[in-house]
Each structure stands twice: as C-alpha cells, then as structure tokens.
Design a protein around this ligand. Structure first.
Ligand code: GDP
Length: 531
C-alpha cells in the first residue's frame, strides 16, 4: 500500500467515546449508530433492555448480575465514507477510572444527556476529563419523545454546570406527546418526528422549510408561534458555530433527538462526522508524533482479562496513534525494551471479535497479552524509541488490607492480585519495608473491592479476607532521594510503596497532608501517579 493510501485511510478515521450518566441512553444511541453502519440488523437492536444492554459489552459475569456495564468496549463500523471507532465506556461511577483511560484513547466525546434530567453527576465527572484533554465535545440531548425540561434551561444547565459554551445545531419543537421534530438552524428546515415504534419501523419523516405554510399545518399554530419566537431568541443569544472553538473543546454543538425511536440520530451522525477531527498528532517524550508522517506507533490504554471465559485470556487494548499496523510485523515495546510481534491482533465488530490484518492510526486493536504490558506503555517500530505521555493513575479513595484465607494458595493469590492490578482495576501497595505478606489494595470506587473478591474466587480460585482501612487520602512522593525512615508524619499516616517500589503516603484526615508537608520541608507530594 502506498503512503497516500495510508494517509487516506487515516483521514477517514473518527474515534470517539460516548459518555453519559447511567440511563441517559448511551447504549441505545450506540446501537442506533451501529444500525446506520449496517453492523447490526434491526432485529438485534430491539431486544428488551436486559439483553440489549449486554449484547455489545457483556464480558463479565458480574455485569450480568448487576446489570451494569463494568468494562469498556470498542466498536468499529463504516458510514458515509468514514471509518468510525466508538469507545463505549462503563456507566457505573465506580468504574470511572476505566472511563478516564478510555477517554485518553478518544479524539472526541459525545455526551448524552437525558432531556428530563439535564446534567447529572456522572456526566460532570467525565466531562472534566474531556476538558483536561481539550478534546471536542458534542452534546446529544436524548429522550425528546418524553416530557423534557425547557430547552433554554437545558442549555443553561450545560453552560453553568460544565462551563462550556453551547451552540444548538438544531432545535426541538415540543417534547413528549407534543414532540413534532427538530428545526435545523443551518438549512432552516424542520425534520418531522414520526413514531417508529421504538425504532422497529422505518421512520417516515419529512423535511419542511420553515417558511412553508405546510409546516404550521403539521406542527400546529401554538407550536409554530413558539418555534418562531425561540428561533429569534436563539439567533440573538446563543454562540455562533465556530469550528475552531469546537475543535479546541471550548464550544459544544448541541443536537436534540430520541435514540429509542431513532429520531435525530442520523442527523446527529452526519453533522458530527464533519465537525469532529480525524486522528491528530500526539505528544511523546521526543516531541509531537504525526499520525500520517510517522510509522506505526500505539499506546496501551486498557487491559482486560477474561474477554472469553473459556480461554482465560487477557487482552491489551492499544490505540494506534500513527501509521499503519500489519499483522505479523515486528514492533518494539518501549517499556519492556523488547522487539516482538503483537499476538492475535483483533478488532471488535458489534458482538464479534475478528482478527485484523491491518489497522491504521485512529483504530483500536486488542492484542493477546501474556502479562507483559502495563497501562500507558508505548509500542513503536524497532529502531525508534519514544514514549507517549503516560496515563495518570487516579488517587484511590478507599483502602483495604487483603490476604488469602488458605495460606497454601499464596502463589495464586499474588499472581491474581498482581494481574488485576496491572489491568488498572485496583492499585496494590505494601507497607513500607515489608514484602508481599500484607497487601493493601486501593480503589477509586468501592464496587471494585467486590469485583476483586469475585474475580479472585472465580478466576484464581482464591478466597480472600478483606479488612477495610480508614485511610482516604493518598499522595505520591516525587522526591527521588527521599529517606522514608526520616520522614516525620502525623499519627494517622502510613508509609507505603507501590509495586515498583515508589514511596507513597496515606492518611485518614485531609488536613494531615498539609501538616506532613510542614513537618518535612522540601517534600514534594503529587495527587496523581505516573504510569
Ligand atoms: P445507558 O445506561 O445510558 O446506556 O442507557 P440505555 O440506553 O440503556 O437507556 C436507558 C433506558 O432509557 C432504557 O430503558 C431505554 O429504552 C430508554 N431510552 C433510551 N433512549 C430513549 C429515548 O430516546 N426515549 C425514551 N423514551 N426512552 C429512551
């Protein structure tokens, strides 16, 4: 394949994450996207909720039990000349760390908001990560077929709560039983809403110009009056569309629709694909790496065990950042300092995994991981040696001391807990200056403790005993030459170290952090760990 073909392939890539508060409609919207891409058929999309939400990303028993998506999945499909990679993210807040990492692999984010609820807790958290990365954020206000909050209030809510300006690309006419469709500000046409019976029936929506007499007939005089008034208000008050601001993550284009009835989804997709970016250059330690000019490179953003229970496999997900990947080619794992071939490279296609022969910057591939990769690792071509900026380790907020019940199972216990930590689901620490006898586990959300217990029992056949610890605050020590024995802390402080021997401190009370700093001049503490 010639260089220009590679460039063409990369330019048509669009890689984005969907974020939302649970129940806003992320799964439903994703399924409708796939429908347009022909990746799933209609029948596949109309299963009941229980099956639908598991159809795509059901990899762990625990997800079935709890009815939440614990893991993220990646889906690829083609639409309108684009090659689209959707990074699905877990909905439950206790797994937000996983979502943070997934956002590191995305070039933009689609934020799904429930029109009757506005901005919710989980949206706010995830949104902060998007802002940190300056990626474009698109808003889909969903469930317009249900009674919605006032449209201006919804926009206000986004602007105030999230601190981002909004620019409605279309505007709803009514909501709930009175929902008539959306008015597109650019084309000055109304796309009429038709009941597709939850998306099972082909929609019969029409486009009617705003000045056509037919429109008033369709929407009714009251709606028509209100629409005209709102358009006037909107044109006077809202931010103008500005692609540069959108690309910089400072202005969010807003769309209205109803994922369930498949209304407004294709309109959204079309605009979104034009407004979002293809893979952009990324920062590495040697400078910025251009996705087109440079040879293959990627970084690991996620490690997932048990993709397939029968095979006990572990998969490392990599985001390709530059060039083209060919199966079988020799690559270089920077952190491991080893040349290697990536084993069983694969991609997700709706429900199925399939082996990939080639992939391009923007794509996500999963490769078989015999236990050598860690989150944040860089893979590039032999002869090159650079590392992409690491993915920050988020500070755990809950700690527990963990040991195995059966002392004979020490080996399985250490193996299991280490592997689960490498995946980034938990962080493990030891007391300073002791071995692995006592393991302290730190998690961002308490549900992770349950996942750990469950997985150790089911995958490693080890029962554990867990004792909750009162610590809530953690800091990484940045000083390279610190003498931990000389460090004077507070009575609620504990000195610990991570698996790489890096020193950390944990405290019960937040004010103790400041006191410790005061007692140890020159001590540099960091809130995030570096991978
Ligand atoms: P997620 O948790 O964000 O993935 O949300 P789901 O896609 O699972 O949707 C949550 C619930 O809202 C489900 O019962 C959906 O059928 C329903 N839902 C999703 N989109 C819409 C919509 O546009 N209109 C209505 N009325 N319900 C919707």
């Amino acid at each position: 394949m010639t260089v220009s073909n590679i460039a063409d392939e990369i330019k048509k890539r669009r890689t984005f994450a969907i974020i939302s508060h649970p129940d806003a409609g992320k799964t439903t919207l994703t399924e409708k996207f796939l429908l347009y891409g022909g990746a799933i058929n209609l029948a596949g999309s109309v299963k009941g909720k229980a099956t639908a939400r598991h159809a795509v990303s059901d990899w762990m028993e625990i997800e079935k039990e709890r009815g939440i998506s614990v893991t993220s999945s990646v889906l690829q499909f083609n639409y309108g000349g684009y090659c689209i990679n959707i990074l699905d993210t877990p909905g439950h807040q206790d797994f937000s760390e996983d979502t943070y990492r997934t956002l590191m692999a995305a070039d933009s984010a689609v934020m799904v908001i429930d029109a009757s609820k506005g901005v919710e807790a989980q949206t706010r958290k995830l949104f902060k990560v998007c802002v940190m990365r300056h990626i474009p954020i698109f808003t889909f206000i969903n469930k317009m077929d249900r009674d919605a909050n006032d449209t201006f209030e919804l926009l206000d809510d986004i602007e105030k709560e999230l601190g981002i300006a909004t620019c409605p690309i279309n505007w709803p006419i009514g909501s709930g039983k009175n929902f008539k469709g959306v008015y597109e500000r650019g084309s000055k046409k109304v796309t009429t809403f038709s009941d597709t019976q939850k998306g099972t029936k082909e929609g019969e929506s029409r486009e009617i110009p705003i000045d056509s007499p037919e429109l008033e007939e369709f929407v009714g005089a009251d709606n028509m009056g209100q629409l005209l008034e709102e358009i006037e208000l909107l044109d006077g008050a809202s931010a103008e569309f500005d692609q540069e601001l959108v690309s910089a993550g400072k202005l969010s284009p807003v769309f209205f629709g109803s994922a369930l009835t498949n209304f407004g989804v294709e309109i959204f997709l079309k605009h979104f694909l034009q407004m979002t970016t293809p893979p952009l250059p990324r920062k590495a330690d040697i400078g910025v790496i251009d996705p087109i000019k440079e040879d293959f490179s990627a970084f690991v953003f996620k490690i997932q065990a048990n993709m397939n229970k029968a095979h006990r496999d572990r998969i490392a997900f990599m985001r390709i950042c530059s060039g083209k990947f060919d199966a079988g080619m020799e690559v270089y794992h920077v952190q491991g300092n080893k040349k290697q071939r990536l084993l069983q490279p694969q991609q997700m296609m709706a429900q199925e995994r399939h082996v990939v022969d080639e992939a391009y910057a923007g794509d996500i591939i999963g490769v078989f991981d015999p236990g050598i990769y860690s989150i944040g690792d860089t893979i590039c071509m032999p002869g090159k040696k650079f590392a992409y900026e690491g993915i920050p380790t988020f500070a755990p907020e809950h700690f527990a001391r963990v040991r195995q019940v059966d002392t004979m199972k020490r080996k399985q216990f250490v193996k299991g807990i280490t592997q689960i930590a490498q995946e980034g689901a938990i962080q493990i620490f030891q007391e300073y200056n002791t071995g692995m006898e006592e393991i302290i586990v730190g998690v961002v959300g308490v549900l992770q403790f349950e996942v750990l217990k469950y997985r150790l029992e089911n995958e490693y056949n080890v029962d554990i005993h867990m004792e909750n610890l009162p610590y809530e605050y953690i800091r990484w020590i940045e000083n390279e030459d610190i003498d931990m024995n000389k460090l004077t802390g507070t009575s609620d402080m504990k000195k610990i170290q991570d698996l790489k021997g890096r020193p950390l401190l944990i405290w019960v009370n937040s004010w103790s952090i400041r006191m410790t700093e005061e007692r140890n001049p020159g001590l540099v503490l960091a809130e995030f760990g570096r991978s």
